[in-house]
Design a protein around this ligand. Structure first.
Ligand code: KG4
Ligand code: ZN
Length: 346
């Protein structure tokens, strides 16, 4: 049945999953660390690494148990090897190496972003290459052309904040707590998006990139003015962000060869208003719109196991060496030119 064990530990979710070659998620477990980080209003790398090291091994054992299999039944072990918070990545990768060595199984080191990028193919068997991908998470905001496994061309990135980061900072400014994205979406639903005038950075710009720092500063000023209801600020922020995302995606669709689909992935893809706006944009171009189910948008190990399956299925598959290094930074398209100010956060 071709089973891959996936391991994810690059941020604040400790996760393990078993995915078979027929795209079935046989078992998966996720231990969120939200409670541990909440008092600090953000992810504390040292706390995250310690939590991963305490939780990961029992979590893998429980996942194997859920699937009714043992390590002997696994065909390969796939683990996130970067980019991300290096302490957590090391815990996951070292664990995967030890299991691969002990059970004599191939090790597959997965780029976390590749996990997000291929996740829509786990949930949608019909999705073919090439597709245009909007990858929007806490640390990344990119538009990529996905031509095949390992064939990724970056068309756009952010020159300052990632979209998820903008949601998280808005949540912090409005005192909505952590994690921020879902909280902003929740109160935005009760707000009026036309009440607070906010900028749309780079809207209509000839360059392909994103920028959200100016929007975040405007949210801060709106709050400090004490003129607006927080729900209206959240709704107006979300609409401004969506306008930017749609504009930049439209530009990418206009300037690239016709893809098979418009696809969104990463944590912010869990936002229903973002999904709805992109679905309309895809319809404008007569393209199918594909977004993974919400649980596959935010960090999880099923997408890592699936990326492992995609690698295993390649004609010249080679497992990764046991001395492969964990990478805090690891661009999906290493040939993409650096962009002014583009801080790819750990
Ligand atoms: O992919 P992910 O789980 O982790 C990273 O690789 O960064 O993405 C997390 C990001 C966070 O910034 C979080 O606030 C955002 O995704 N997010 C959302 C929603 N759910 C998660 N942003 C907006 N609306 C949501 N419903
Ligand atoms: Zn992620």
């Amino acid at each position: 049945m071709g089973l891959v064990l996936g391991i994810e530990s690059s941020c604040d979710e400790t996760a393990a999953a078993l995915v078979d070659e027929g795209r079935r998620i046989v078992a998966q477990r996720i231990a969120s660390q939200d409670e541990a980080h909440r008092p600090f209003g953000g992810v504390v790398p040292e706390i995250a690494a310690r939590a991963h090291s305490e939780r990961l091994t029992p979590l893998i054992a429980a996942t194997l148990d859920d699937g009714g299999v043992s390590l002997r039944d696994i065909d390969a072990i796939a683990a996130t090897a970067g980019p991300g918070l290096i302490g957590g990545v090391m815990v996951g990768l070292v664990t995967a190496k030890a299991l691969a060595l002990a059970a004599d199984k191939p090790l597959i080191a997965i780029n976390h972003l590749e996990g997000h990028a291929l996740s829509p193919r786990l949930s949608d068997p019909k999705l073919q290459f090439p597709y245009l991908l909007l990858l929007v998470s806490g640390g990344h905001c990119q538009i990529l052309r996905i031509d095949g496994v390992g064939r990724y061309t970056r068309l756009a990135t952010t020159i300052d904040d990632a979209l998820g980061e903008a949601f998280d900072k808005t949540a912090k400014i409005l005192g909505l707590g952590f994690p921020g994205g879902p909280a902003v979406e929740r109160i935005a639903a009760a707000g009026d998006a036309s009440n607070v005038p906010l900028p749309r950075p780079l809207l209509g710009s000839a360059e392909p990139h994103f920028s959200f720092a100016g929007l975040k500063s405007a949210v801060l000023r709106a709050r400090d003015s004490e003129k607006y209801d927080p729900a209206d600020i959240a709704a107006s922020f979300q609409q401004a962000a969506i306008d930017c995302v749609v504009d930049r995606s439209r530009r990418a669709l206009q300037s690239s060869d016709t893809p098979t689909a418009l696809v969104v992935a990463g944590g912010v893809a869990a936002n229903k208003a973002v999904r709805a706006a992109l679905e309309n944009l895809a319809a404008e171009f007569g393209l199918p719109f594909v977004a993974p189910p919400l649980a596959l948008c935010t960090d999880n190990a099923a997408m890592i196991a699936w990326a492992g399956q995609e690698r295993l299925a390649m004609p010249r598959f080679a497992s990764d060496p046991l001395d492969i290094a964990a990478r805090p930074r690891w661009p999906l398209d290493p040939s993409a030119a650096p962009v002014r100010g583009a801080g790819v956060k750990a």
